[in-house]
Design a protein around this ligand. Sequence first.
Ligand SMILES: CC(C)(COP(=O)(O)OP(=O)(O)OC[C@H]1O[C@@H](n2cnc3c(N)ncnc32)[C@H](O)[C@@H]1OP(=O)(O)O)[C@@H](O)C(=O)NCCC(=O)NCCS
Length: 164
Amino acid sequence: MVPTAPAIEFRYEVEPADRQLVRQIVESTGFFNPGEVAIAVELVEERLAKGDASGYHFVFASWHGEPCAYSCYGPIAGTLHSYDLYWIAVHPSFQSKGLGAKLLAHTEECIRRQRGRQVYAETSSRDQYAPTRRFYQRHGYQRVAHLKDFYAPGDDKLIYVKGL
Ligand SMILES: CC(C)(COP(=O)(O)OP(=O)(O)OC[C@H]1O[C@@H](n2cnc3c(N)ncnc32)[C@H](O)[C@@H]1OP(=O)(O)O)[C@@H](O)C(=O)NCCC(=O)NCCS
């Protein structure tokens, strides 16, 4: 009998090949401009260079053995127990299967274990991000700030928080 891979597996160690994996996942979503893609990869570089001291933690997720999603989070300097969810992305071929929900829940569990008590997530007010906003709201995130024209005229920044 051929062994089947578990549906979802998580990994936390960051490897040099993750620069390319993160680039592929983030680019594939079509949600991020080249500058944002470069920042996503820089966070991997920082993690590789400095480890925990970078302040960036990663959760990589595979779907039936296929690496296709990740999150990046970290403690917010100067706060007692607030964390930023810097990034969460699922390759489009693997979206709407519940993977994002599992990855988010698992990331929150990691934050809780690190004594984090609040998670902040930011997104844009653009129509393209409606599913992202719905995703956060569905998972218990509340909008606590709305910064008008933050990213560009007509493109506001929305800040969500969830207590853990
Ligand atoms: C936001 C994102 C991470 C969600 O990941 P995902 O894997 O698609 O998330 P889920 O599958 O858990 O949920 C997505 C939708 O699929 C639905 N769904 C979940 N399991 C399902 C299933 N088995 N069958 C059908 N639909 C399902 C959910 O109800 C949800 O619907 P909703 O949009 O009406 O809320 C992903 O869409 C993404 O990478 N987006 C682009 C990047 C982005 O915006 N990142 C966040 C800002 S950094």
